[in-house]
Design a protein. Structure first.
Lengths: 314, 409
């Protein structure tokens, strides 16, 4: 398993995902992607769902990818990589590829391409037990098309299809708990990750690459454009998410062993996280205070649930 | 190494069994598929071949046809031989990815068993699915019986993977009428069949890690047009390869295939043009028509895409009246095949009387007698030297007669 221990070491890793792409300044996608693809020295094939990462990294005749890369559609990144992985196995079995040189299979999708339209493909590929890792770049909405809601959009968030208005406080539903759903697919390894905790992310990615079978990592990807915060504050936003336990960092092995991988020393109030983003600004207006209280309650309950599971070793 | 399958020189196979054996003999590296009636036995047979050690590639039983074609694209881009099978609704679910497969020039072979599209739900044969894939950038070959289902599938690999083509190919056989009708099929032995197809030749494989490639790039107004135009050119140029492969196949087996098949066309004054099992039925009807003094012939485009415009025009140029047989609901215009035929004739300066017949939707039985009625209609037009029958008729439709553009209307 590849280990990166210092930031300098990480910064000096050759780029498999090159700069010069067209992602927004302050976009967390490129940070996460670089950390993931650099977490192994093995050869990799990458499949990417339609979305911000894909449109910004493969505009013909340019490409940001210094690895084999394929994009087919919005809803099928997992199916596509399962096909590539099957071909790798077939050619290896037939003696048409070197047996001593391992290759890894990796898929990226946004939350739209993962939680929603690509969920069936992800569920199928995971159930079939392909040896691949799927990383969801979760920016909590359809940001490539101008910020529409997805099933990863959290309650109270303003999006263009769940807008705040005279009689609405924005999104009405809590975020779908996809990481847990994937842990129940028999995946040997699932984890959450955030770009501000880069060592934790790199370690999980390396562990994922090292694990045989389907691996799912849900990475929070703060979106400067649609969450409405300054592009310089991306990493801070990620820190606020994990320090408030809005996006807790944990891993689950074999669907049964949950480990919390980051425990904030000082758990900050959820309102600090919400208050830092324009998409929640209306929650701080008179009449909406109850929702901030609900948020805190919801986050606290879930954090407690995770701790109970960890303590019980389940 | 997969075991050889001992075959007799003559086997009694239905179209599905024939197609499945062709896939086995091609030593496909990855088959990703999802079962659907009436093509399910192709997938089942293939699974059994695998279970019995006759296949050593990967068989990926995906959770939908969308994922089947998506996995095929991922596998093909990785760099090996890929195939699948489907019908009808499954085909419809794949359509998005059919365009992506051809756009990325993935030489995937798909054995299609043609079936009607819902609604109303129907499991029987018509060409609704084939027509749905018409503009998807695939080569679509037509097989009219189990022998042809076998032969076309072998040829499909060789055409798809040719250096000058590199496009996906579908082979089409009528649901049940071909897929489930057992006939004598003369297969090649495993070694001969594989040798005919040849080893897969990689082009820009993702698994060549020394040369990373990007598949499925974004092209907007600066480049999209050029990509699509080049893909179209590959299709337009593909008949030369199809004919070369057919010739090699004839040299090997004695069975001759052409871009346009025909029966009794040398002196024909009237002709039916049909794809699929009705080509065979119409041949018998043509014989009967000739007994009645009607100089009848039958034509079948072997390839629906690329459409052999020139060859179709050439074979029909002296025919006075033509019946275009479309086995799909035209939904607001003349049939797709009708359109192709009139387009071909017009393009090359010929002016026969063409009428359209919609037949066999949802597996409605279309008999020798039904075809004979068409020949009688055509004879009326030929004799009058102008169209005296409606432009579009529906064969054996219950209820009041349905036709459009009657003469004088």
């Amino acid at each position: 398993m590849k280990e990166i221990t210092t930031l300098k070491e990480f910064a000096c890793t050759p780029d498999r995902f090159q700069g010069g792409h067209r992602l927004c300044p302050g976009c967390a996608h490129s940070i996460i992607v670089r950390e993931v693809v650099n977490a192994t020295d093995d050869d990799i094939v990458v499949s990417t769902a339609t979305g911000c990462l894909e449109v910004c990294s493969s505009i013909y005749p340019y490409t940001s990818w210094d690895v084999s890369w394929i994009h087919v559609g919005f809803e099928n990144a997992a199916s596509v990589i399962s096909g590539s992985e099957a071909m790798y196995k077939a050619l290896k079995n037939k003696g048409k590829l070197p047996v001593d040189k391992p290759a890894k299979f990796l898929a990226f999708g946004g939350d739209g391409g993962t939680y929603d339209i690509g969920f069936q493909a992800l569920s199928g590929a995971s159930e079939r037990g392909h040896d691949f890792m799927y990383v969801c770049l979760d920016n909590e909405g359809y940001m490539n098309t101008g910020g529409q809601r997805s099933s990863a959009t959290p309650v109270g968030a303003h999006t263009t299809t769940s807008p705040r208005g005279r009689v609405s406080y924005g999104e009405k539903r809590w975020k779908k708990d996809l990481t847990m759903i994937m842990s129940h697919h028999g995946c040997p390894y699932v984890a959450t990750a955030a770009p501000s905790k880069w060592k934790d992310l790199a370690k999980k990615a390396a562990k994922g690459f090292d694990t045989e079978g389907p691996v799912f990592i849900n990475a929070l990807s703060p979106c400067t454009t649609e969450w409405k915060f300054d592009p310089a504050d991306t990493i801070m936003m990620s820190d606020l998410a994990v320090d408030s336990c809005v996006f807790p960092l944990y891993e689950i092995e074999n669907g049964t062993k949950l480990t919390i991988t980051y425990r904030p020393k000082n758990k900050i109030p959820v309102k600090d996280y919400l208050g830092a983003q324009g998409r929640f600004s209306h929650l701080f207006k008179k009449g909406n205070e109850w929702l901030i209280d609900e948020w805190q309650k919801h986050v606290d309950e879930y954090w407690e649930y995770l701790q109970k599971r960890e303590e019980a070793g389940v | 190494m997969a075991e050889k399958y001992e075959l007799k020189t003559k086997e009694v196979w239905d179209g599905n069994t024939a197609a499945a054996h062709a896939l086995r003999q091609a030593q496909v590296d990855v088959v990703a598929a999802y079962p659907i009636t009436p093509s399910t036995p192709i997938v089942q047979n293939y699974a059994q071949f695998l279970a019995d050690g006759y296949v050593d590639g990967e068989f990926v039983m995906v959770e939908s046809e969308h994922s089947a074609m998506s996995a095929c694209v991922g596998a093909s881009a990785a760099g090996g031989r890929v195939a699948t099978a489907t019908s009808s609704q499954g085909y419809a679910l794949m359509v998005e990815v059919l365009y992506q497969a051809s756009g990325m020039r993935c030489p995937i072979v798909m054995t299609v068993v043609n079936r009607a599209l819902a609604s109303p739900l129907n499991i029987h044969g018509d060409h609704g699915d084939l027509y749905l894939g018409r503009d998807a950038g695939w080569i679509h070959l037509i097989a009219n019986n189990p022998q042809e289902a076998y032969d076309m599938t072998l040829c499909a690999f060789k055409i798809a993977e040719d250096e000058d083509v590199r496009l996906p190919v579908s082979t089409n056989q009528d649901g049940f009428l071909v897929s489930h009708t057992a006939q004598i099929v003369e297969p090649l032995d495993d070694d001969t069949a594989y040798k005919f197809i040849g080893d897969y030749k990689q082009r820009n494989p993702m698994l060549d890690f020394n040369n990373p490639v990007t598949y499925g790039a974004q092209t907007e107004e600066e480049w999209h047009f050029e990509h699509k135009a080049r893909q179209h050119k590959a299709l337009m140029d593909s008949p030369a390869v199809i004919e070369r492969v057919f010739k090699e196949f004839k040299d090997l087996t004695g069975r001759e295939y052409k871009l346009v098949e025909s029966y009794n066309m040398d002196d024909a004054e009237v002709a039916v043009v049909a794809m699929g099992s009705n080509y065979e039925t119409a041949k018998i009807a043509a014989d009967k028509a000739r007994e009645m003094g009607i100089k009848a012939g039958v034509v079948c485009p072997r390839s629906f895409r690329p459409f052999p415009l020139k060859e179709v025009a050439e074979i029909l140029k002296n025919v006075k009246a033509i019946g275009a047989m479309d086995r799909s609901a035209p939904m607001g215009t003349i049939g797709a095949l009708h359109n192709e035929i009139t387009g071909a004739l017009n393009a090359f300066g010929y002016n026969s009387i063409v009428t359209g017949y919609i037949y066999g939707l949802g597996g409605r039985d279309t008999t020798v007698e039904d075809n004979l009625e068409v020949f009688k209609d055509l004879a009326l037009n030929a004799e009058a030297g102008k169209r005296v029958t409606p432009l579009q008729k529906f064969i054996k439709l219950r209820g009041p007669e349905l036709s459009f553009f009657k003469v004088g209307e």
